[in-house]
Design a protein around this ligand. Sequence first.
Ligand SMILES: *[C@@H]1O[C@H](CO)[C@@H](O)[C@H](O)[C@H]1NC(C)=O
Ligand SMILES: *[C@@H]1O[C@H](CO)[C@@H](O)[C@H](O)[C@H]1NC(C)=O
Ligand SMILES: *[C@@H]1O[C@H](CO)[C@@H](O)[C@H](O)[C@H]1NC(C)=O
Ligand SMILES: *[C@@H]1O[C@H](CO)[C@@H](O)[C@H](O)[C@H]1NC(C)=O
Ligand SMILES: *[C@@H]1O[C@H](CO)[C@@H](O)[C@H](O)[C@H]1NC(C)=O
Ligand SMILES: *[C@@H]1O[C@H](CO)[C@@H](O)[C@H](O)[C@H]1NC(C)=O
Ligand SMILES: *[C@@H]1O[C@H](CO)[C@@H](O)[C@H](O)[C@H]1NC(C)=O
Ligand SMILES: *[C@@H]1O[C@H](CO)[C@@H](O)[C@H](O)[C@H]1NC(C)=O
Length: 480
Amino acid sequence: MRKPNVLMKLGSFRGVHTSIFILGTFALLISIATLSKFYSIRSLLVADAFCNYNVDLKSEGRNGSQVIRGTVQIVMEKIRKEMSDLRDLPMDSSSPASLLRHSAFLADILGLLESVQEYLPLNEGIGYWHNSEIKAVHPLLKPKQQSDEPADYFLIEEIRKYVKVKPNRLGKQNFMGANGTFNSIGHTCFSMKKELEEYMDYDVGEICNDDWKLAQKLMVHGCDPLPRRRCFSRAPQLYSRPFYINESMWKLPDNRNVRWSQYRCKNFTCLASNATHKGFFKCADCFNLTDHEMPRWIKNVDIDPITNLTADFLIPEVLDIKPGEIRIGLDFSIGTGTFAARMREFNVTLVSAIINLGAPFNEMIALRGLVPLYITINQRVPFFDNTLDLIHTTRFLDGWIDFVLLDFILYDWDRVLRPGGLLWIDSFFCAKEDMNDYLEVFKMLKYKKHKWVVVPKRDKDDREVFFSAVLEKPPRPFRR
Ligand SMILES: *[C@@H]1O[C@H](CO)[C@@H](O)[C@H](O)[C@H]1NC(C)=O
Ligand SMILES: *[C@@H]1O[C@H](CO)[C@@H](O)[C@H](O)[C@H]1NC(C)=O
Ligand SMILES: *[C@@H]1O[C@H](CO)[C@@H](O)[C@H](O)[C@H]1NC(C)=O
Ligand SMILES: *[C@@H]1O[C@H](CO)[C@@H](O)[C@H](O)[C@H]1NC(C)=O
Ligand SMILES: *[C@@H]1O[C@H](CO)[C@@H](O)[C@H](O)[C@H]1NC(C)=O
Ligand SMILES: *[C@@H]1O[C@H](CO)[C@@H](O)[C@H](O)[C@H]1NC(C)=O
Ligand SMILES: *[C@@H]1O[C@H](CO)[C@@H](O)[C@H](O)[C@H]1NC(C)=O
Ligand SMILES: *[C@@H]1O[C@H](CO)[C@@H](O)[C@H](O)[C@H]1NC(C)=O
């Protein structure tokens, strides 16, 4: 796969795109120069902050920037020389010899850049927010007169290209009323520089690394949205078409349609068997379609023997609150899409928001013929205000969740629910002593209570309770 691409690149260097190459080189030099500027700012700060080590650090710093300057000089010379050499090559640049030469040249440059990278102060990634000496260099904290392009912060060219504003061609406003396109990344990406640079380190036009797990880690930790990439995502080695819709809902999908490399289970049978428990702990039985999933929301399965109460409402009894009115919605849960599969039978269209926590939930939902929505809880849900008829959530929001976070989430869900829409909190659980605080947060919405039940949870010495409710968003008329 690699060869044709390099050839292509080589071809374009030789031809009409020579000017692009020169521009690219120029950008590279600017970026290196900028980095050395970062470095000198940092060395000054270090000297101020730690007077005792003043001399040592300063001289080390000086040496560091000298090394950078020297290396940059070498890089510049090499690029200049390479360019003139390339110009002198015969037009048939696809010969193996020139290919080899070119690859060696690129490798050389890469090595040099890596050696420069070692001297750079901002390479630490995670610990970065806590590191006072580096604060002054953060693009969001820097004084305005310095370059405040987030692009300057990253070394990988693809990230820089991605976050730079793309002005519209012809210099006009586009039909959306903007002068350009503004690709954004989550601000936490800045504190996960190393991981993000690893993620964005690929060859344009090639197959991406098998790194969805790195991507998900970035997202979960707030580097969300992630930048787009210009490589082809990995697919399963032998993808076979999904089952027809008349059988896909209740049948474990073909194992070949999932990339299993990052999971402990290597097939769906393993995920479904309750002997293995290798999926996500909150959903250990979710892949057991016939025994565990079939009855859910259709038959009462968990009735508390003492109180004769259940936290599991049935779909027909909830839909009967508003017959025919509930048509579209969002399921924010950990599961394999069974809720959406059942709702489909009632002509309700749901999307299932979920990430791949320990098991290929997104693939499973899609292979069943339902719509998986790959978003984390960090993000505002991607729906417009007052649009959805239903939001359902189970096994996701639990006693781990911060009260302020829950507040933000509920207001966001309230935003997208239409007046008269239903919020179905399904088996929320937490420690007994926390329940009243959580109930206060839910009451804050001032929704109409159609169902509201607190049921003891018996599996952990009675120390936990379930809460389930079906709530209706009020109309909230307002005056202009
Ligand atoms: C500066 O760096 C070079 C190698 O990069 C090293 O040999 C030299 O000892 C360093 N000098 C000081 C003062 O640290
Ligand atoms: C965007 O374009 C409009 C006119 O098309 C112009 O008035 C405005 O200053 C531009 N804004 C920016 C930030 O360039
Ligand atoms: C499902 O649909 C396909 C194609 O429409 C058909 O060939 C097949 O017999 C159906 N299977 C069942 C179990 O109904
Ligand atoms: C599924 O994977 C398990 C181990 O993960 C293995 O023991 C079993 O043989 C596999 N089954 C099939 C049908 O591939
Ligand atoms: C699903 O669960 C039932 C009962 O818990 C069990 O007997 C069955 O083997 C499980 N299914 C699979 C595919 O492991
Ligand atoms: C499998 O699940 C069933 C029903 O939930 C349970 O009775 C059985 O003990 C489980 N088996 C194992 C090996 O966990
Ligand atoms: C439990 O409640 C259901 C209705 O919710 C009722 O039909 C049933 O008789 C009750 N069982 C007991 C033992 O009270
Ligand atoms: C769903 O829609 C179909 C076609 O419009 C209709 O035949 C069916 O009765 C509906 N099902 C339910 C449960 O309303």
